[in-house]
Ligand binder design. Structure first.
Ligand code: IMP
Ligand code: MG
Length: 462
């Protein structure tokens, strides 16, 4: 996409050819979707151009998104700097959000370019309620939003304690009927306190907003990719969702071949053994200043305490080694377990399960179609752990919690949800610990926070 836009840039005619290039991509994507749906095996032109191209779960109004983005950032007015990868990523993200607001078959018509002023206005301002934007308590847009944790809700290795806008927008999603789940690789079995510590500010915010029981029931966290499912109770604490028996999430998802309900514990251990050996070899071969960790459903390579970072190259090499070794194991028919080998930015992990399975399980358990779910994450390279979700639901690729915040603002604005600056100021005050907070609870969570190793979940003594 970037190279196709470069020609226009060189010729100084992006103003005319930019929108046309995006229309061309819409045509290619439509053709790709049609051929995939027909299942005739004929590769689309897009597939031939980009062999790794995935599934498009919705149409993408790219031309419209380009116009809206260009209206704000004036890409076509630039004389020296080409449109960048990140800008194209933003335009794709915007197109995906617009597509979920105006799904195919909807009687509503998305604003056209001629009405672009309206769209830009909606995106920029704290809009008034758009007539008919909320239907039966459910906002128009995704029915569920799943969030990656690290680098999506909070910066890598830290926790949710200081992002009032994001907390407010997540609350507004819940309030308007959208289910919300944090789907994170970080897994601490069912040690509730450890997940609570990582989401401390968010849970405090929910408490201060006095969420109703129904709103609380729409909030989940899936730890260890898809291993440990917890939900928010009306006491504003997380609680494990029953796995087995009536209403158990595993029982209810047994029909999904890759559901944890169908995993064999011997296979789990064999896969972890192989991954552990591959990581140890990688540490030795590359002289990495790090250590390996083994948990019940994952193995990790993390930096030694107090040492410098492990380089991206060394982490990627470790991940690709694991992927190759474990695919061999799966290919050899000895195992058919879903797994995820990924570079987490400062560490590398092999988890049993992945975010694709998490989305499938949540969709089935909550009775939502996967294409109505939006997954937001930061790791969409083939060595990242959000990549797997692409196969089953629309995704948004962000690079920081600030970008996540902007995406939620866009979803809410497009849906016509009214919120006021006052809400944000109030949120800031709450998260700064000044207002209507349970200080004892805050202190308790803070003290756990200072003692916990985010990799292992171990509480340090002394
Ligand atoms: P995510 O971005 O929310 O999916 O979280 C990924 C990060 O969680 C990794 O980079 C690790 O730092 C951390 N983490 C903690 N425990 C685990 C685990 O058991 N498996 C994978 N990642 C873990
Ligand atoms: Mg992440």
């Amino acid at each position: 996409m970037k190279s196709m836009l470069s020609h226009s840039f060189v010729l100084d005619c992006l103003e005319e050819t930019g929108p046309d290039t995006f229309t061309h991509f819409e045509v290619l994507i439509d053709e790709h979707r049609r051929l995939e749906q027909e299942g005739c095996g004929q590769p689309s032109r897009l597939k031939q151009l980009v062999p790794t191209v995935g599934t498009f779960h919705t149409r993408l109004p790219l031309r419209q998104a380009f116009h809206a983005y260009n209206e704000k950032h004036r890409l076509t007015k630039r004389k020296h700097i080409q449109i960048s990868f990140n800008e194209i990523r933003h335009i794709l993200n915007l197109a995906q959000v617009i597509a979920m607001r105006y799904p195919e078959g909807s009687t509503e018509r998305p604003p056209t370019f001629n009405e672009k002023e309206k769209l830009v206005e909606d995106l920029e301002n704290d809009v008034d309620i758009i007539e008919g934007a909320i239907q039966e308590g459910q906002l128009k847009g995704p029915r569920m939003v799943t969030f990656d944790g690290d680098q999506t809700l909070y910066t890598d290795g830290s926790n949710f304690d200081s992002n009032p806008k994001l907390a407010n927008y997540m609350y507004l999603l819940l309030h308007h009927g959208v289910s919300v789940a944090v789907v994170t690789a970080a897994g601490y079995e069912y040690n509730v306190e450890k997940y609570e510590f990582r989401l401390s500010g968010l849970l405090e915010y929910f408490k201060s907003k006095n969420l109703t029981k129904e709103e609380c029931e729409r909030f989940f966290i899936f730890g260890g990719e898809c291993n440990y499912l917890l939900h928010l109770g009306h006491d504003f604490h997380l609680h494990p969702v029953n796995e087995k028996g009536r209403g158990g999430w595993m029982t209810a998802t047994k029909h999904i071949p890759h559901s944890p309900a169908n995993w064999n514990e011997d296979e789990v251990n064999a896969l972890l053994d192989a991954a552990y050996t591959a990581l140890e070899e990688s540490v030795n071969d590359q002289n990495i200043n790090g250590r390996t960790i083994r948990k019940k459903r994952s193995v990790g390579l993390v930096p030694n305490a107090g040492t410098s970072r492990i380089s991206r190259e060394a982490l990627d090499e470790s991940v690709l080694r694991c992927q190759a070794k474990l695919s061999q194991l799966n290919g050899g028919g000895r195992s058919n377990l879903p797994f995820c080998a990924f570079n987490g930015g400062s560490d590398a992990w092999v988890d049993i399960g992945n975010k694709r399975v998490a989305v499938e399980v949540l969709a089935s358990y909550l009775g939502i179609d996967p294409y109505e779910i939006l997954h937001i994450g930061d790791q969409f390279l083939n060595t990242g752990n959000d990549y797997a979700a692409r196969a089953v639901c629309p995704c948004i690729w962000i690079t920081s919690p600030e970008e996540t915040t902007y995406i939620l603002k866009t979803i809410l604005n497009l849906a016509g949800i009214q919120y006021h600056l006052d809400n944000e100021l109030e949120a800031t005050a709450i998260l700064a610990g000044r207002k209507s907070l349970d200080f004892e609870e805050m202190d308790r969570r803070k003290s756990v926070m200072q003692q916990m190793d985010v990799y292992t979940g171990e509480i340090k003594k002394g």
